[in-house]
Design a protein around this ligand. Structure first.
Ligand SMILES: NC(=O)C1=CN([C@@H]2O[C@H](COP(=O)(O)OP(=O)(O)OC[C@H]3O[C@@H](n4cnc5c(N)ncnc54)[C@H](O)[C@@H]3O)[C@@H](O)[C@H]2O)C=CC1
Ligand SMILES: O=C(O)C1=N[C@H](C(=O)O)C[C@H](O)C1
Length: 233
């Protein structure tokens, strides 16, 4: 498969390595100074760029009939617009706040635990995410997905970085060294705590998941998620 990379930073480079190992060819590396993108012969694009550039990269791929996988976080106020544009152009699109298999299992575990905890009002939920100091957005996209899944399954109504009221999920974001990504969800009561935690040891899991999603979407049209790719529905 011929892959175009949008964003050639930490993730772009890791995806290149895994894509080559799986027998794919990288036909374009688009980064901040790229002036002219050649979409000819691009079977699929993978975008791990920046909050400011992702929407443009994604919609340009729809314009050129190239399916796109995006893992960029921090641009989601434009997600609905991207979905409408994809449908208008009969394009193909997957966004995921986290492409790793482990985190997608963790998402399922989080929703299941939230259903159990719903109505157990003696417990309050908090969330913590830790990432490297170069990260541009906070809270992480993964933490936002986790919080939204808790809201869907409980009486919580919102998430925030500060505890605003008892129905708001407080998210603490920490930036330390080169940490690839750690997410912890805690339910705390006066008598005990219940915690679930996912720790990424490196970026390989994110990159492998994105390449698997790119292999899966080739030849399809529509807007999909990692639940479709991993058959978790
Ligand atoms: N969904 C997931 O599984 C994961 C998502 N991410 C997200 O992916 C994004 C990238 O992460 P990293 O590679 O660690 O960041 P990075 O900062 O190492 O790389 C981003 C690259 O995008 C480039 N860029 C800037 N403007 C651009 C433009 N207009 N077009 C194309 N590229 C442009 C930058 O020059 C840089 O090389 C972040 O939003 C991060 O949160 C990171 C890891 C996993
Ligand atoms: O910026 C990162 O590095 C990561 N970003 C994603 C996020 O915001 O959740 C995924 C992963 O945690 C690494």
């Amino acid at each position: 498969m011929n892959i175009g990379l949008f964003g050639y930073g930490k993730m772009g480079r890791m995806i290149e390595q895994i894509a080559l190992e799986r027998g794919h060819t990288i036909v374009a590396k688009v980064d901040v100074n790229t002036t002219d993108v050649n979409y000819n012969g691009m079977d699929v694009a993978i975008d791990f760029s920046t909050p400011d550039s992702a929407f443009h990269n994604i919609t340009s791929c729809f314009e050129h009939g190239v399916p796109i996988i995006s893992g960029t976080t921090g641009w989601l106020s434009d997600y609905d617009k991207a979905v409408s544009f994809c449908n208008e152009k009969n394009g193909a699109f997957i966004y995921a706040s986290n492409f790793s298999l482990g985190v997608n299992v963790f998402f399922e575990l989080n929703s299941y635990l939230a259903k159990i905890m719903s109505g157990l009002n003696q417990y309050g939920v908090t969330m913590e995410e830790i990432h490297h100091t170069q990260k541009l957005d906070a809270p992480s996209g993964t933490a936002i997905t986790l919080a939204e899944d808790i809201i869907e399954n409980t009486d919580y109504v919102a998430w925030n970085s500060e505890k605003e009221n008892e129905r708001t999920i407080p998210i603490t974001s920490k930036r330390e060294g080169t940490v690839p990504g750690t997410h912890t969800i805690s339910y705390e009561s006066k008598v005990d705590d219940i915690e679930i935690k996912h720790t990424a040891h490196n970026r390989e899991g994110f990159a492998l998941g994105a390449v698997i999603a790119a292999e899966w979407i080739k030849g399809k049209s529509g807007v999909f998620s990692m639940k479709d790719v991993l058959n978790l529905r």
